[in-house]
Design a protein around this ligand. Sequence first.
Ligand code: NAD
Length: 356
Amino acid sequence: MAGRHRVTLIPGDGIGPEVSAGARLVLDAASPGIEWIERQAGSVALAEHGDLLPEETLDAIREARVAIKGPITTPVGSGFRSINVALRQGLDLFAAVRPARSLPGVPTRHGDVDLVVIRENTEDLYQGVEFAARSPQAEALREELRRLADFEIRPDAGVTLKPISIAGTRRVVRFAFEYSKANRRGTITLGHKAGIMPTSDGLFLRTAREDSIDRGDVEFEDMQIDHLTARLVREPGRFDVLLLPNLYGDIISDLCAGLVGGLGLIPGANIGWEYAVFEPVHGSAPDIAGKGVANPIAMILSGAMMLRHLGEPGGASAVEHAVDAVLEAGKVRTPDIGGSSSTMDVAEAIASALAR
Ligand code: NAD
């Protein structure tokens, strides 16, 4: 029986509003008890509120504790940080969860993929410790490094720092084990480059190995990130849960999307102790925005993850089965996976498959 839930909906920009409308249609059909609180972020928010991430949007998420969002464009080289990164850090959403599984009716090289990427979401090269080339701060940093470590950085170098902390690692490791136990996952594979970066990646690895938490029956192994990448493209069916620092997690989740048919199919969740924000892995896809052909499945499956989080596993499974049924039938699909249907055609087909 569907309960009542307050959920903040952030449609985003680019294809965001299109896939959000599709997801809302399906989620309303699967769980009629959702009360949507719509708030803006990104270019729409800038136009309406003069702020890319208005406080009222953050407040709405804090109040509802659960949000679902479409993608938001980050203008390249404009000097401001990604709103997505700001949102994850502002709400301390320290774990990104991105399941990738082979879907019926979507032909790919490997048919046996069923893995979950768990990505640390707040540290690493994405923490925003940036020193622009030739800035006074970069100059001061160069001097300090010379003094501390006799290390010479070129004067025209921009620098991004990679902090990885024990506390930040412990919580995502704990989360990965809790998730694996709850979802009957057998093995966690941690990816790293500890040989080259012993103080950051090495710390991530050592902390995960040594942390005394209840691991249940979950096996743990580690792999160099380059080796892991090669294994993933050759035999993805061998992997179960991948635990990765922020940057590797970003890259590997897109790789996993490619393994199962593309970005239009991969859902995601950003989870902290207090709040959860569900969103597809894909971005705002400016190349197809406004055409009504974006695949809504990634957003719809993000909604299924949200229903499970809200304590509605039945609704979540129903949405996932309806997506599988529509993909398997093969009649209604968007151009990215070889069809010619629109975003709303796909959403409507999934909503009607729910009822069957
Ligand atoms: P993208 O994911 O937007 O697009 C990459 C390719 O995949 C494009 O060819 C696009 O058409 C296709 N694609 C993506 N989603 C699709 C869908 N649902 N259906 C069909 N095709 C789809 O990546 P990008 O082009 O590198 O990024 C565009 C913008 O999105 C950038 O500003 C980036 O910063 C932002 N971005 C936002 C998020 C987020 O909000 N969480 C995530 C990633 C990128």
